[in-house]
Design a protein around this ligand. Structure first.
Ligand code: AGP
Length: 369
C-alpha cells in the first residue's frame, strides 16, 4: 500500500496532487488548440442528437452532481441549450417529463452508483439519448449508456472524490465548447481562445498545489471549528457546495455551501466570531457583489478565508486569510478554485485524527439505494 501511495501519507493527498497530470491525461488526444481541434470520440456518432437536443438533462449524485452543476453554467453560456441538473435519486422516482428530444448526461466516477444507473434506465425507456461521463472503464454505467467519454483520471482510491471531479469538469467543458462551436453560438475566434486557455489549466493547477503549506497553517487555526460556511456565485457556487461536501465527509465538521447572495435569506443568522466563512471571490462577473457579501460577514465578525485571483488587493483588506489562485477564464475557475478547498479539508481532517481515505459511514461507490 505504501508503494501505491507513491510516498504520500494518504491516497487523497496523492490524488489531489495528481490533478495536473489527470487533467492533462483527460485532454490528451482530444484537445489541440494550436490547430483548433477538439475531438471527443464518444460524441462523434451522437453529435447530431446533441446539437439538436431541445434540452440537456444532467443526472448524478454527490460530487459528480456538483460537476453537473458546473456543466449547467457551461452549456447554457456557450451552447445556449436549456439544462436541468437532477439528483439521480430524485429524478428516478419523480415521473419526470423526458422525451426523445432530450440529451441526458450521466456523470459517475465509479460507474456503479445505483441511483444514477436507475435514472439512466428510466430516461432510456422514455426514448432519450444517454451519454456517460465515467472514470471506470467498462463499468455498469459506461455499459448502460448509448455513448460516452471517459474521464481518464486513473484509479481514485480515496473515498472523497478529488481528481475525478476535475476530470469530469474537464470533459464537460470540452463538450460545452464543442457544442457551442458546432451550434454557432460560440464564434470561432472565441472558441480558439478558450481552447488555448483550457490547455494552460494543468500548469495552473500545479501552481495552485504550491499553496499547500499556507493552507496547512490556515487549517491549524480552524480545525476545531464546529461549523463552516462556503459561499460562491455563478461558476463558483458549485465549487462552494463541493468545498463543503469535502470538509464534512472527511473531517465530520458541519459545513454548508450556499450561493453567496442567498446568505441574506437565512444563513447570515449563523454568523458570529466562531464561524469561518470560506468565500470563493475570484475576479469575475460577480466579484463586486461577492465583495459586498464579504463585507456583510466581516460586519458580523465572521472569520473570512477567501480564495481570490492572484494580485487581488481589495479582498486582502477585508479577509482574515487570502488564498491566491492563478487567473483564468471565468468558466474555467472551478478547476482551479476547488484545489485549495480540497487541500483545506484534507489538512483539517488529518489534524482531527480522522481516517481521511475511508471516512466513517461512507463507501467509495454507493451500489444500493
Ligand atoms: C464524493 O467525495 C463522495 N464520496 C460522493 O458524493 C460521490 O461523489 C457519489 O457517491 C457519486 O459517486 P460516483 O461518481 O461514483 O457515481
Amino acid at each position: 500500500e505504501a508503494i501505491e501511495k507513491g510516498g504520500y501519507e494518504h491516497f487523497m493527498l496523492k490524488e489531489i496532487n495528481e490533478q495536473p497530470r489527470s487533467i492533462a491525461d483527460c485532454m490528451r488526444g482530444r484537445l489541440d488548440a494550436k490547430n483548433g481541434r477538439l475531438v471527443l470520440g464518444g460524441l462523434r456518432d451522437y453529435m447530431n442528437k446533441f446539437q439538436n437536443a431541445e434540452r440537456i438533462i444532467i443526472t448524478a449524485c454527490g460530487t459528480s452532481w456538483h460537476a453537473g452543476l458546473v456543466a449547467e453554467y457551461l452549456f447554457e453560456e456557450f451552447a445556449r441549450i436549456p439544462v436541468e441538473v437532477e439528483y439521480a435519486s430524485e429524478f428516478r422516482y419523480r415521473n419526470p417529463v423526458v422525451s426523445e428530444k432530450d440529451f441526458v448526461i450521466a456523470i459517475s466516477q465509479s460507474g456503479e452508483t445505483a441511483d444514477t444507473l436507475a435514472a439512466i434506465e428510466l430516461a432510456k425507456s422514455k426514448g432519450a439519448t444517454i451519454f456517460g461521463v465515467c472514470n471506470v472503464v467498462g463499468s455498469s454505467i459506461a455499459r448502460a449508456t448509448h455513448a460516452g467519454s471517459y474521464t481518464h483520471a486513473g484509479p481514485e482510491i480515496g473515498v472523497a472524490s478529488t481528481k475525478a471531479f476535475t476530470a469530469q469538469i474537464s470533459v464537460l467543458t470540452m463538450m460545452a465548447l464543442k457544442l457551442g462551436y458546432q451550434r454557432g453560438t460560440l464564434p470561432e475566434s472565441r472558441y480558439i481562445q478558450l481552447l488555448s486557455e483550457l490547455e494552460t489549466i494543468p500548469g495552473k493547477v500545479e501552481k495552485a498545489l504550491k499553496l499547500n503549506d499556507q493552507i496547512e497553517k490556515i487549517a491549524a487555526e480552524y480545525k476545531d471549528s464546529r461549523n463552516f460556511l462556503y459561499l460562491g456565485r455563478g461558476y463558483n457556487f458549485p465549487v462552494a457546495l463541493e468545498g463543503a461536501l469535502k470538509l464534512k465527509e472527511i473531517s465530520y465538521i458541519h459545513a454548508e455551501g450556499y450561493p453567496a447572495a442567498e446568505m441574506k435569506h437565512g444563513p447570515i443568522a449563523l454568523i458570529d466570531e466562531e464561524m469561518p466563512v470560506v468565500f470563493i471571490a475570484t475576479k469575475d462577473s460577480s466579484y463586486e457583489k461577492v465583495v459586498s457579501n464579504i463585507q456583510e460577514v466581516k460586519a458580523r465578525k465572521g472569520k473570512i478565508i477567501a480564495v481570490v485571483t492572484e494580485g487581488d488587493t481589495s479582498v486582502r483588506n477585508l479577509a482574515d486569510h487570502v488564498i491566491e489562485i492563478p487567473a483564468t477564464e471565468e468558466a474555467f475557475v472551478p478547476l482551479l478554485a476547488v484545489v485549495p478547498l480540497q487541500i483545506l479539508s484534507y489538512h483539517i481532517a488529518v489534524m482531527r485524527g480522522c481516517n481521511v481515505d475511508q471516512p466513517r459511514n461512507l463507501a467509495k461507490s454507493v451500489t444500493v439505494e
